[in-house]
Design a protein around this ligand. Structure first.
Ligand code: IPD
Length: 272
């Protein structure tokens, strides 16, 4: 199928489905974004782990669409929806819930489709910016924004850390403190370090060549599944902190443009 309104990118029916569901979820969460914390029903899942009614509503919407269209597929979603199956959907209805709860317009909806352990398609939407990052295995990664034609994504060519804009995240304990201690060395040696509060958007930005690398320990499958495919299909590299392939998705992730991977792996493993 061709992406709707755009003749230049061919995507599978499954990817087109993921994109259309992501659009619906993006519209839903944007309607709730301006509301106050009480109306958003902000609750704590952990000391630094928030959830809102928008997370639940978006997850219900996405999983209802999946169950109608693909009743035998498995589901793994952040807010608890689960169904087993070796063909499954991995969903974060809002990645960056803390930003969303506070009204900061930087968060993502992340939907990935995996078949027997291989990621097949991934969609990361940054709803406030109306940017849709779409990847399909073997067909590349694209950015769809407004009425512009889809733009093929490619990671950057930056090879020197001193020229690199890199990003990290702040996971919960028990890994948080040790990770935070490693960040100042990168602040010293990289061009800049960003912490935008959404792993999915960080990965989409690596795919788009806006960021040169992203690393964070202790992530969940739903934070990274779609973003991993985006980075790989855009020509970048994704591994664990020991350089192993990230299968299944989740854990300690290093995603780079490619040229920076070895340098960053070495530095992360020696903790600076
Ligand atoms: C969080 C975000 C954040 C990262 C945390 C994640 P959530 O996901 O991706 O950037 O630092 O580790 O838990 O909870 O907002 O979906």
């Amino acid at each position: 199928m061709m992406i709707q309104n755009h003749a230049s990118v061919e995507i599978s029916d499954v990817t087109a489905f993921a994109l259309s569901v992501a659009r619906e979820a993006a519209d839903l969460v944007m309607r709730i974004l301006p509301e106050g914390m009480t109306s958003k029903d902000v609750r704590h899942k952990g000391p630094r782990d928030l959830v809102t009614r928008a997370d639940h509503e978006a997850e219900r919407l996405i999983t209802a669409r999946i169950r109608t269209r693909f009743p035998d597929h498995g589901i793994l979603a952040e807010e608890g929806t689960a169904a087993s199956g070796d063909v499954r959907w991995i969903i974060d209805p809002i990645d960056g819930t803390t930003n969303f709860a506070h009204g900061v317009p930087m968060f993502a909806v992340s939907i990935a489709h995996e078949e027997r352990g291989t990621l097949r398609c991934g969609v990361v939407v940054v709803p406030p910016l109306r940017e849709f990052f779409v990847a399909e295995r073997g067909r590349g990664a694209f950015l769809i924004a407004g009425s512009e034609p889809p733009k093929r994504l490619a990671t950057s060519g930056v090879a020197e850390l001193s020229q690199a804009l890199i990003a990290t995240g702040l996971p919960g304990e028990p890994v948080r403190s040790a990770h935070v201690a490693t960040i100042p060395a990168f602040m010293r040696d990289a061009q800049e370090v960003r912490i935008m509060g959404t792993a999915a958007a960080h990965l989409a930005y690596v795919a788009a060549g806006r960021l040169d690398a992203f690393w964070e320990p202790g992530l969940n499958a739903w934070d990274v599944a779609a973003g991993i495919l985006l980075v790989e299909e855009a020509g970048g590299r994704v591994s664990t902190f020991t350089g192993q392939p990230m299968t299944p998705p989740g854990g300690d992730i290093l995603a780079t443009n490619g040229p920076l991977h070895t340098t960053l792996l070495e530095r992360i493993s020696r903790r600076t």
